[in-house]
Design a protein around this ligand. Sequence first.
Ligand SMILES: O=P(O)(O)OC[C@H]1O[C@H](O[C@H]2O[C@H](CO)[C@@H](O)[C@H](O)[C@H]2O)[C@H](O)[C@@H](O)[C@@H]1O
Length: 379
Amino acid sequence: MDIKSGHPSPVMTDSPQISNSRLTVRQSRPPHSSSSSQNNNLLLTVPRKKTGIIDDVKANAWFDAMIASSPTPALVNKDNDATTDMTYREWTVKYPSALTTFEKIMSVAKGKRIALFLDYDGTLSPIVEEPDAAYMSTDMRTAVQNVAKYFPTAIISGRSRDKVYEFVGLSELYYAGSHGMDIMSPAGESLYHKHLTRTVSINEQGKDVNLFQTASEFLPMIDKVLCSLVESTKDIKGVKVEDNRFCISVHYRNVEDKNWKLVAQCVDDVIKTYPKLRLTHGRKVLEIRPVIDWDKGKALTFLLESLGLNNCEDVLPIYVGDDRTDEDAFKVLRDGPNYGYGVLVSAMPKVSNAFYSLRDPSEVMEFLKALVTWKRSLG
Ligand SMILES: O=P(O)(O)OC[C@H]1O[C@H](O[C@H]2O[C@H](CO)[C@@H](O)[C@H](O)[C@H]2O)[C@H](O)[C@@H](O)[C@@H]1O
């Protein structure tokens, strides 16, 4: 179902969530329009029934979601298939390419300060089989480095902050790891959000930095769950349990399809005894994280505040991301008050809160280069 029009659509939904957070798409509105709508989906509650029947139903629901979020190769690898291509082109009417509409975007950006927010996996690096080998190309690193010379730039990732910093390796950027639950900003430049724990630390270059960690109290619980998940999935070939510090990823990309249900069951068996944790979906990954009112959208708002750029008419935030979790940030930019543009990176049609699209990381790189060229042309 096309949730914008209410009509059936060939467009795939990405990674359905079996929880209270819903993907809602509102009518497109340009940045800084005067009316803003309220976000009514922020309170997180996870209904948990402890009977065996309900648990089975839940594990089955996760399994269904795993299948739904994993399109068959026939749907994905059909570059030459006219129907698929037409479907993609139809989709780009709703979500135009940020490259072909670059001039239009820049006409809105004129006279404004752009702030750039970039997801990592699937955005700056291509999706690969082995999560630890998701390296960023040298060309991409140079493109990010150049764009950061002109615009404040932050990386917002589901990875642990240390890991994503290791991949990107640029000290001039802001970093938010664990889906925004672990933010690092240079010392002395931030307005502090009252419920964030601030710790002054020292970065790899020996410079003072501020850390803002929304979920510190969950660390002992996350560590316990991590151990349990490693143990319970150890006999399933291809599973990888990744420690993302304030959250955990259970990857099933390299697991045979027939064992996906087993993965869903193991994860459900472990987290059902932890009502303070919830489960979300990414790209062939189940993600376990604390039930707190914090996500990439909140991290984006926090970073804008930290940079002194929130609620400013002359600021245009742009967020580029490929995943279900990036939708929270797209929604923040769509709903305001920090109006801006979400850019969804996807080679296939998906329902999204983004305004624009790019096909893959190579187009992201082109977009970053175009931003630099545009800025230089202004003199
Ligand atoms: O927020 P992101 O920076 O996009 O991180 C989301 C997850 O990305 C990684 O997993 C995904 O990329 C892997 C490498 O390409 C791929 O093997 C995996 O199937 C994808 O789900 C990362 O490993 C996760 O921890 C992140 O949560």
